[in-house]
Ligand binder design. Structure first.
Ligand code: ADP
Ligand code: MG
Length: 255
């Protein structure tokens, strides 16, 4: 059975997509089989991995049930992906059934066409909202990874996210765990960052990853290369930081 992680935070621009791509590639490089799922209609993950999200099957068809999860998988330079594009934004209006939050979980774990047994890790990149697509990811996942950018309003969003997690646990996915909070675009020279990090550590204690990811221009340029940075710039400090995050993740999941 795969370990399924949702990377969620309803704030945009906190490095959910960046973290999904680099972490997935890092795990893949260590010899694990990894599937990423683009759950964001913006399709940033698909584009950054040069997946075809225009002519092939996407998450939209998977959620609608016209294509199976397995059929929608594409193989990229780094790891496998089920891509997404803007059409996915309409799914909220199109799924009507009771329990539609469980759609993705059912698709991934379907006995015949599901992929939950095919990979070591499945990483789901969520959109910047707490609505249906993110709920689907939280219901499908074993564990939640929250990228956070050290800034003034960081904590405010997190309490809403944790409320959503409580609701999901209560009614839909009781075993959902909080894997951890990852500080991204971290700059220890900024007083503000240190203040916010202090607050986050007070609230989340040992759930905060020991490794942090520094701001790096090379990381922000990476999406245009169509493959994760760890494939072509192994010495970059962002690459090395994500390597440590991957190690920490593996260490935590060995226990
Ligand atoms: P989200 O998916 O949460 O909206 P992204 O992963 O798209 O966030 O990141 C937002 C922006 O910040 C992107 O332009 C990305 O390239 C950039 N970015 C992410 N992580 C870093 C980093 N460590 N250093 C510099 N830029 C980063
Ligand atoms: Mg994103």
């Amino acid at each position: 059975m795969s370990a399924i992680f949702a990377l969620a935070n309803q704030k945009g621009g906190v490095a959910k997509t960046t973290t999904t791509g680099i972490l997935a590639a890092g795990l893949h490089k260590q010899g694990f089989s990894v599937l990423t799922i683009d759950c964001d209609p913006q399709g940033n993950l698909s584009m950054s991995m040069a997946a075809d999200n225009q002519s092939g099957a996407t998450m939209y068809e998977v959620m609608k049930g016209t294509v199976t999860a397995r059929e929608a998988i594409q193989h990229t330079a780094a790891c496998d992906i089920i891509p997404a594009n803007t059409i996915l934004a309409g799914i909220e209006q199109e799924l009507h059934s009771v329990g539609k939050e469980m759609t993705l979980r059912e698709k991934l774990r379907d006995e015949e066409s599901g992929v939950a047994d095919d990979y070591d890790y499945i990483l789901i990149d969520c959109p910047p909202s707490l609505e249906l697509l993110t709920l689907n990811a939280l219901c499908a996942a074993d564990s939640l990874l929250v990228p956070v950018q050290g800034e003034y309003y960081a904590l405010e969003g997190l309490s809403d996210l944790m409320n959503t997690v409580r609701i999901v646990r209560r009614s839909m996915n009781p075993r959902l765990e909080l894997e951890g909070v990852l500080l991204t675009m971290y700059d220890s020279r900024l007083n503000l960052t240190n203040q916010v990090v202090g607050e986050i550590k007070k609230y989340f204690a040992d759930k905060v990853f020991r490794s942090t990811v520094p701001r790096s221009v090379r990381i922000s340029e990476a999406p245009s290369y169509g493959e994760p940075i760890c494939y072509y710039d192994k010495a970059n400090r962002g690459t090395l930081a994500y390597q440590r995050v991957a190690e920490e993740l593996l260490e935590r999941n060995r226990k």
